[in-house]
Design a protein around this ligand. Structure first.
Ligand code: NAD
Length: 496
C-alpha cells in the first residue's frame, strides 16, 4: 500500500484549539475570565489563549470531582464496566492520533514522528493497560491467628490531584489518569503551563468515551497559582506529582501542611551510562548513547546525560559517537523526517545555553554543537552538544540540564565507575555496557537507580515500574505497583 504523506503544516492551519479548562464534563472559562497566551516553540506562533486557573477554578474542579466520587457514579461501577469505558477512552485517543500528535508537537516542539509513534500510542496504551488490569486484581483474606475472617481490600483514595510537567505532556497525564481512573478515583489534573493542550483534549475524549462528568477535570495554569492550591486543597486526598526535584520538595511540604494528604513524586535525573572496555558491540553502544541523550531534544528525565567510558577505549568510542551526530540535527518538527525538534521555550533554551557556557568555562572540551541553531521561521533550537574531559564535579555533570548536552567522563576501574555513577543527588536511571555477565549483575546491583539497562538504553514497557531512588523521587508510575498507589487499604474484621 502506498504510504500516505501528511502535510502537517497544512493540517496545523485547520486545527481548532480550545484553551478552556475542563471541569465537570464541560469546557469552561476561568471564573475571573483570565487567560494566558500559549506559544509554539517551533516558530513562536501563538496557538491559543488558555485558561489561567486560580484557586477558585481549582476549587470548582475539586468540588466537581468530590461530588462525582461521593455519588459513586464512577467508583460504584463494576471493575468490568470501568474497564470497558477505559478501553473506549484508549480507542478514542488512537482515533484522534493525528490531531493529538499535531497538538503535542506544536505545543511542545518535539518531532511529529515521535508524537505519533511514541507519545500518543503510549498514552493510549497506558489507558488500555490499566483499564484492562482492573478486573484481574484480587483482594486478600488474612491468615489470622484464630481464623476470624479479616478481609484486606483496596478502595479508591477519593479525589486525586495530579500535577505534570511539559516534556511528555499527554503521556505524563495518562500515567496519572489511567491508574487513578482504573481504581475508581476522581481526578483533577494540572498540566504544565508550557504544554497544556493535549491534556485538555483528553477531558473531551473522556466524556465521549462515557466517563461520567466530574470524574476527570483538567485545570491549566501556572504552578504557584493553580498547582499550589491543588496541592494545598483540604478536600484533595492525594497528590501525584511529576516535575523537578525543587518543586517536588515543595509539594511534599504542602501535602503535609494542609491535610497530610499522601503525596508521591517522580522527579529529575542525571543518569549515568557506563561503557566498559569489554562491551561486545561498541558501535551499538555509541548509537544507543547518542540516540537516547538526544531523543526528545534531551528533555527527558531519564536521559543518559553522563557518559562514563573506560579510559582505554575512550578515544575510539568518542569517535564512534560523533559519527552519529548528523542523525540528530534540529529541524522542522512538522517534517516527518526530523529527529530532533525545538526546545520547549526561550527560557529553557537560555538555561541550556548557560550550562554550555559553564561547561566551557570550567574546562570541559567541547567536541560538538554548543550553540543555538537559527531557522528562517524562528523558534528555539540547540545543536546536539558533546563535552569531553568532564569531571563529575563540573556543573554540567552535577546538575540536570534538561537539554541536548552530553558530558563524557573517563574512568579506570569498575569501582571508580560505580563511585562516579552514584556520586549524584539523583537516582532515576542508569546503563551498563559489558559482556561480562558477573560484572553486569554486580554493577547493576551497586547502582542506586530505579531503572538499570544492560547493553541497551531504550527499553520501555507499561508492565514495569518507573521511578527514582534518592532525589529522583519517591513514587512509581506504570505497572501494578503504580496501581496500588491510588488505593487505600482497608481491613474488615467479620465475626459470624
Ligand atoms: P517543574 O517542577 O517546573 O513543573 C512541573 C509541574 O509543577 C508543572 O505543572 C508546574 O506548573 C507545576 N509547579 C511548578 N511550581 C509549582 C508550585 N510551586 N506548586 C505547585 N505546582 C507547581 O518541572 P518542569 O520544568 O515542568 O519539568 C521538568 C522536570 O520534570 C525535570 O526535572 C524532569 O526530570 C522532571 N520529569 C520527571 C519525570 C519522572 O518520571 N521522574 C518525567 C518527566 C519529567
Amino acid at each position: 500500500m502506498a504510504e500516505i504523506k501528511i502535510d502537517w503544516h497544512e493540517r496545523a492551519k485547520d486545527l481548532r484549539i480550545d484553551g478552556r479548562a475542563f471541569i465537570d464534563g464541560e469546557r469552561v472559562d476561568a471564573l475571573d475570565g483570565s487567560t494566558f497566551e500559549c506559544f509554539s516553540p517551533i516558530d513562536g506562533r501563538k496557538l491559543a489563549d488558555v485558561v489561567n486557573s486560580k484557586a477558585a477554578d481549582v476549587d470548582r474542579a475539586v468540588v466537581a470531582a468530590r461530588s462525582a466520587f461521593k455519588d459513586r457514579r464512577w467508583a460504584g461501577l463494576s471493575p468490568r464496566e470501568r474497564k470497558q469505558t477505559m478501553i473506549r477512552f484508549a480507542d478514542l485517543v488512537l482515533a484522534h492520533k493525528a490531531e493529538l500528535a499535531l497538538l503535542e508537537t506544536l505545543d511542545m516542539g518535539k518531532p511529529i514522528s515521535a508524537s505519533l509513534s511514541v507519545d500518543v500510542n503510549s498514552a493510549a496504551n497506558s489507558l488500555r493497560w490499566f483499564g484492562e488490569s482492573i478486573d484481574k486484581v484480587y483482594d486478600e483474606i488474612a491468615p489470622t491467628a484464630d481464623h476470624t475472617l479479616a478481609m484486606i481490600t483496596r478502595e479508591p483514595i477519593g479525589v486525586v490531584g495530579a500535577i505534570v510537567p511539559w516534556n511528555y505532556p499527554i503521556l505524563m497525564a495518562c500515567w496519572k489518569i489511567a491508574p487513578a481512573l482504573a481504581t475508581g478515583n476522581s481526578i483533577v489534573l494540572k498540566p504544565s503551563e508550557k504544554s497544556p493542550l493535549t491534556a485538555l483534549r483528553l477531558g473531551d475524549l473522556a466524556i465521549e468515551a462515557g466517563i461520567p462528568k466530574g470524574v476527570l477535570n483538567v485545570v491549566p495554569g501556572f504552578g504557584p497559582e493553580a498547582g499550589t492550591p491543588l496541592a494545598m486543597h483540604l478536600d484533595v486526598d492525594c497528590i501525584a506529582f511529576t516535575g523537578s526535584t525543587g518543586v517536588g520538595k515543595k509539594i511534599q511540604i504542602m501535602a503535609g501542611q494542609s491535610n497530610l494528604k499522601r503525596a508521591w513524586c517522580e522527579l529529575g535525573g542525571k543518569s549515568p551510562n557506563i561503557v566498559f572496555a569489554d562491551c561486545k558491540d561498541l558501535d551499538k553502544a555509541a548509537a544507543a548513547s547518542i540516540g537516547s541523550i538526544f531523543y526528545n531534544q534531551g528533555e527527558s528525565c531519564n536521559a543518559p546525560s553522563r557518559l562514563l567510558v573506560e579510559r582505554s577505549i575512550k578515544d575510539e568510542f568518542v569517535k564512534k559517537l560523533l559519527t552519529h551526530l548528523p542523525d540528530y540535527q534540529p529541524g522542522d518538527p512538522l517534517d516527518a523526517n526530523t529527529t530532533m525538534g525545538a526546545i520547549v521555550d526561550c527560557g529553557q533554551m537560555e538555561n541550556v545555553l548557560k550550562y554550555i557556557e559553564s561547561g566551557k568555562s570550567q574546562g570541559a572540551k567541547l567536541r560538538a554543537g554548543g550553540e543555538r541553531v537559527l531557522t528562517e521561521t524562528g523558534g528555539f533550537y540547540i545543536s546536539p552538544t558533546v563535552f569531553d574531559d568532564v569531571t563529575n564535579d563540573m556543573k554540567i555533570a552535577a546538575e540536570e540540564i534538561f537539554g541536548p548536552v552530553l558530558s563524557i567522563i573517563a574512568f579506570d576501574t569498575e569501582q571508580e565507575a560505580i563511585a562516579i555513577a552514584n556520586d549524584t543527588e539523583y537516582g532515576l536511571a542508569a546503563a551498563v555496557w559489558t559482556q561480562d555477565l558477573t560484572r553486569a549483575h554486580m554493577v547493576s546491583r551497586a547502582l542506586r537507580a530505579g531503572t538499570v539497562h544492560v547493553n541497551s538504553y531504550d527499553e520501555d514497557d507499561i508492565t514495569v515500574p518507573f521511578g527514582g531512588y534518592k532525589q529522583s523521587g519517591n513514587g512509581r508510575d506504570k505497572s501494578l505497583h503504580a496501581l496500588e498507589k491510588y488505593t487505600e487499604l482497608k481491613t474488615t474484621w467479620i465475626r459470624l
